[in-house]
Design a protein around this ligand. Structure first.
Ligand code: DC
Length: 229
């Protein structure tokens, strides 16, 4: 059977990565979390003092962008983790602070160009499930299967709050909801590759779906595409 390219895009905290990871596991495909790549660049900028709450030193970041190496490795428990210049940064990049930084970093054209180039290289051999915001529109506009995931902001904020609590952070629901809305606005209105559904993407609103239901649905869509080519 011919391998295909799967692009999964959508809003933050709508379960894209759960869908993408599970599909990759079930099909033996490579999984790439492109959000983790933007988060890693943000962490790099923060660690070097080029990014504060209201400022990004774009000249320094651009100058050093080629020094950033992002890779993924699967740990003993089968969980994929993100590495920045050889260091495991999986925990650090999941904080609210880095999420906010990533949202700002991802609006920079030169950062997007570099990461899109790396993502396209990763997908050369097909057999890949990539999730992000611009995968079906910019990275792989000719992807065989495109899925656009969404859920109501309140549902996403609740899911995000549980994730953050599990990591020891204790924000209020209002804070997380405000953060979700702020990121939605920034992701959809930025000039560089704003988040939007590709015309040929299949829309899944999972506000009222269980993880099992959406996994079955996506696997079904995948099987139709892989079999029919
Ligand atoms: O999916 P995430 O929350 O880990 O993504 C972090 C940030 O990166 C988010 O604000 C959107 C941005 N992003 C992007 O602009 N393009 C992508 N392909 C992936 C993420």
């Amino acid at each position: 059977m011919k391998k295909i390219t799967v692009a999964i895009d959508g809003f933050s905290s709508c379960g894209k990565s759960t869908i993408a990871k599970s599909l990759a596991r079930q099909t033996g495909y490579i999984y790439v979390d492109t959000g983790a790549m933007y988060r890693a660049v943000a962490l790099f900028a923060m660690e070097n003092g080029w990014m504060t709450d209201n400022y990004i030193d774009t000249a320094q970041l651009q100058k050093h962008l080629s020094q950033i190496q992002i890779s993924f490795k699967t740990n003993e428990s089968g969980i994929q983790e993100t590495y920045l210049n050889g260091k495991n940064v999986e925990q650090e990049i999941r904080s609210l602070k880095v999420a906010n930084g990533a949202s700002r970093i991802s609006a920079l054209g030169f950062v997007r160009q570099e990461l899109v180039k790396q993502q396209q290289l990763m997908g050369i051999g097909k057999g890949i499930v990539m999730d992000g915001r611009d995968i079906g529109t910019v990275v792989f506009p000719r992807a065989d299967l495109k899925i656009f995931v969404t859920a109501r902001p309140e549902v996403r904020a609740l899911r995000r709050m549980k994730e953050l609590q599990a990591k020891g952070e204790n924000p209020t629901f209002e804070q997380v909801l405000a953060n979700v809305r702020e990121r939605d606005l920034r992701d959809t209105t930025r000039t560089e590759s704003p988040l939007k559904q590709a015309e040929d993407a299949i829309l899944i609103d999972n506000s009222n779906m269980t993880i099992d239901e959406q996994q079955k649905l996506v696997l079904n869509l995948f099987n139709q595409k892989e079999i029919n080519g």
